[in-house]
Design a protein around this ligand. Structure first.
Ligand SMILES: [Zn+2]
Length: 250
């Protein structure tokens, strides 16, 4: 819409229920500001029911209310299988209570989240789950440090100069794993620079401050590659955010 000069406030879209892959608070800010809507998160999985296991309320936008009359949630330690106390992040597990023909009992979702039993300011008393922080099997271990792609996204979305597209590339360096993050400048940034060239001073400055922010948040050195606008693959279905070349043996 921005490229075509359409003002989203002139269309009738007011409210977005967005799901199917994890998104961050920073992305909510962008969606709400740039589309002029209320954006809330929905959670579900096809093995349990599909969309509708949990949904944020429009009033508080502070965690997703789980429909507990149909689904019994637990959070467990993914290694030991032991239940974790409220507020602690672990693997989300569901038991269906009303589903017939294909019930699930203590189904392990592979999703990392936490549960909050306190009533919400909207007045609903259904337990809330945090946003999904990542997948048990998506968590990257780079030089012994746990890295969640969602944390990388959270940091990148703080930079208004960047387009909301990125890719994480992990490779074996000479001695240690190397983590590279590919980023794109936003169209307005390139317009302000006059042209796209990673070598010019404002581009180098953007690359540096992005690298510093990621290194501070993740606790590891990150190499930033600023690439041509439009060159990172766009999300069709689930986005490919991580390319791990360590398995290929190159
Ligand atoms: Zn609420």
């Amino acid at each position: 819409m921005e490229e075509y000069g359409i003002d989203p406030r002139e269309i009738s879209l007011r409210y977005g229920i967005l799901g199917a892959e994890p998104w961050s608070e920073a992305l909510r800010v962008q969606l709400e500001e740039r589309l002029g809507i209320d954006a809330v998160d929905i959670y579900g999985l096809s093995e349990v029911i599909g969309p509708g296991v949990a949904n944020e309320c429009r009033e508080a936008k502070d965690g997703l209310h789980i429909n507990e009359d149909h689904f019994l949630p637990e959070v467990i330690d993914p290694a030991s299988g032991d239940p974790l106390p409220p507020g602690e992040y672990g693997e989300l597990v569901f038991t269906s209570l009303t589903k017939e023909a294909f019930p699930v009992i203590r189904y392990r979702t592979g999703d990392i989240a936490a549960l909050y039993p306190e009533p919400c300011s909207c007045g609903r008393t259904l337990v809330r789950m945090s946003r999904v922080k990542g997948r048990v099997d998506d968590m990257l271990v780079v030089r012994g440090i746990n890295v969640f792609p969602s944390e990388v996204e959270y940091q990148l979305l703080k930079f208004k100069e960047l387009a909301p597209h990125y890719q994480i590339v992990i490779d074996r360096g000479r001695a240690l794993d190397r983590m590279e993050v590919w980023i794109e400048p936003a169209p307005a940034t390139v317009a302000a620079w006059g042209r796209f060239d990673p070598g010019i001073a404002p581009a180098a400055e953007l690359t540096n401050k992005t690298g510093n922010a990621l290194a501070a948040a993740l606790g590891i050195q990150v190499d930033i590659r600023l690439v041509e606008p439009g060159s990172i693959p766009r999300s069709e279905g689930k986005a490919v955010r991580v390319v791990d070349r360590r398995q290929i043996g190159v």
